[in-house]
Design a protein around this ligand. Structure first.
Ligand code: UFG
Length: 337
């Protein structure tokens, strides 16, 4: 059974490819390598013992995308990760974000229509909730005005898929990720930020290894137990496993609605200082950090209500914050070698 994974050489994509292969799926990756490297395919093969098919092209190219669907007319489903994802960059370059994230999705849906592929899993984000009024946040919480063009592309993409499913009998599962961190236990795949990392965990590990001088903690005056912002961090391998469950669910016809939405988090909120403490413990290193002003656009606190995903998907995140930080550190050490 063949699954198309777009963005399959990227961070979450590569971990998902491994989990799919280990569950018996054949995988074809499409990635334009805009934010990833081709040798990820080799490392996936080292972990799973199976080499995924790989095609390098840009999904915003309609004719190449439709041609792909003609050549691969046996797909059982699609997992669509390929997208730009840097919040700050999206504010600087909104057209680039709308063109890429929406254009690629539209071409994929056209491909589904043309070739009759019926199942799609879409990478959405907890960013669609903004700062929720109630915590933990459930899938029913209102969608708030997004704070960035990146966030808007996730909201609009969810809508595009919902509208599409009203005209074409496609099943879709929209997965709203909280904060994915960590790396595969083999330390062969992980997060590979290009340039200065925006996200907390790669910044921590790069500071500890000496690539960065000091971590800036953005704000300690939030209304949280220690004053720093709180997020629901989830191990990327736990997240990857949820994609296999989601795609199985549709292939086996166990989905209860044509379009279903699930939060993917652990349900636990940790502050920036909690994350630093966990890192210092598992790595046995002291982290150089200072408290600075809040980062514009950051929400104060958000964590998931995971009941719906746990009950309906029969999936639960298993790894602890320490597991996440240790795997992130081992990955940074492996990169250093
Ligand atoms: N943080 C720091 N210092 C840093 C980087 C981050 O203190 O150098 C803090 C942030 O202020 C925030 C927390 O660490 O409180 C987590 O920040 P990340 O940048 O790692 O993650 P975000 O929660 O900002 O972003 C994540 C995803 C985005 C998504 C967003 C929605 O990475 O793709 O959630 O809120 F859009």
């Amino acid at each position: 059974m063949k699954i198309l994974v777009t963005g399959g050489t990227g961070y979450i994509g590569s971990h998902t490819v491994v989990e799919l292969q280990q569950s018996g799926y054949e995988v074809v990756i499409v990635d334009n390598l805009a934010n990833s490297y081709e040798n990820v395919v080799d490392n996936i093969e080292k972990i799973s013992g199976k080499r995924p098919l790989f095609e390098c092209f840009d999904l915003t190219d309609e004719s190449k995308t439709l041609d792909f669907f003609k050549r691969h007319n046996d797909l059982k489903g699609i997992i669509h990760f390929a997208a730009f994802k840097a919040v700050g960059e999206s504010v600087e370059k909104p057209l680039m974000y709308y063109h890429n994230n929406l254009g690629s999705l539209i071409n994929l849906l056209k491909g589904m229509e043309q070739s009759g592929v019926k199942n799609i899993v879409f990478s959405s984000s907890c960013t669609v909730y903004g700062q929720p009024d109630e915590l933990p946040v459930t899938e029913q919480a209102p969608i708030k005005e997004a704070w960035s063009p990146y966030g808007h592309t996730k909201q609009i993409s969810e809508k595009v898929i919902q509208n599409f499913s009203q005209t074409f009998p496609a099943n879709a599962i929209l997965l709203r990720y909280f904060n994915p961190i960590g790396a595969h236990e083999s330390a062969l795949i992980g997060e590979l930020p290009i340039g200065v990392p925006n996200n907390l965990v790669p910044f921590i590990t790069q500071t500890a290894i000496g690539k960065r001088r000091m971590l800036k903690v953005f704000g300690d005056d939030y209304n949280t137990p220690d004053g720093t912002a709180v997020r629901d961090y989830i191990h990327v391998v736990d997240l990857a496993k949820a994609h296999v469950v989601a795609v199985n669910r549709m292939i086996e016809g166990n989905n209860k609605q044509q379009v279903e939405i699930f939060n993917l988090g652990t349900g636990n909120g940790f502050s920036v200082l909690d994350v630093i403490k966990s890192f210092e413990k598992v790595s046995e290193t002291k982290l150089n950090y200072e408290i600075v002003d809040r980062r514009p656009g950051d929400v104060e606190k958000v964590w998931a209500d995971t009941k719906f995903a746990n009950d309906e998907l029969g999936w639960k995140a298993e790894k602890s914050l320490d597991d996440m930080m240790l795997s992130a550190w081992n990955w940074e050490l492996a990169l250093g070698k």
